[in-house]
Design a binder for this molecule. Structure first.
Ligand SMILES: [Fe+2]
Ligand SMILES: [Fe+2]
Length: 139
């Protein structure tokens, strides 16, 4: 399934990874029994912890390589989120309806907003830098 336009950065690896996250959220919100919800809750929290570390690292490598002017702010946002996820996992080591709601409403909302605002800007920047490099190679 394609990625909604508002989440698209135009950078293939970034869009692919964001798509994974959005698929996961859809699965979580589609889980309609307590048992299914509970399973998805456990899976999503574990996945998120692994995902953010890996995904943020990759974005940060690009920011460094291309000397992204907003690097410091963007990295701080990532750090905030890693802490938020860590705290959430400490507070919700097992499933609860309240935890699932917080996960959907706060934890997952945060990352969607981050994609729409910060990652979009980063995507525009990376595309610009890549275009410059291609033009320079063509001389
Ligand atoms: Fe991202
Ligand atoms: Fe980001």
């Amino acid at each position: 399934m394609g990625l909604e336009k508002k989440y698209k950065t135009g950078i293939l690896w970034q869009d692919t990874q964001h798509r994974q996250l959005i698929d996961l959220m859809e699965k979580l919100s589609d889980a309609d029994t307590r048992e299914a919800k509970s399973k998805m809750f456990t899976y999503t929290t574990a996945f998120l912890a692994m995902y953010v570390t890996h995904h943020f690292k990759l974005e940060e490598q690009y920011m460094k390589a291309y000397e992204y002017p907003d690097l410091e702010f963007h990295v701080k946002e990532h750090q905030k989120y890693i802490n938020l996820v860590k705290q959430f996992r400490r507070d919700h080591s097992s499933f609860s309806g309240e935890g699932a709601l917080f996960l959907e409403k706060n934890i997952l909302e945060w990352i969607l907003n981050h994609i729409m605002e910060n990652d979009q800007k980063l995507g525009v920047f990376i595309r610009g830098e890549e275009r410059k490099r291609i033009l320079a190679e063509e001389g």
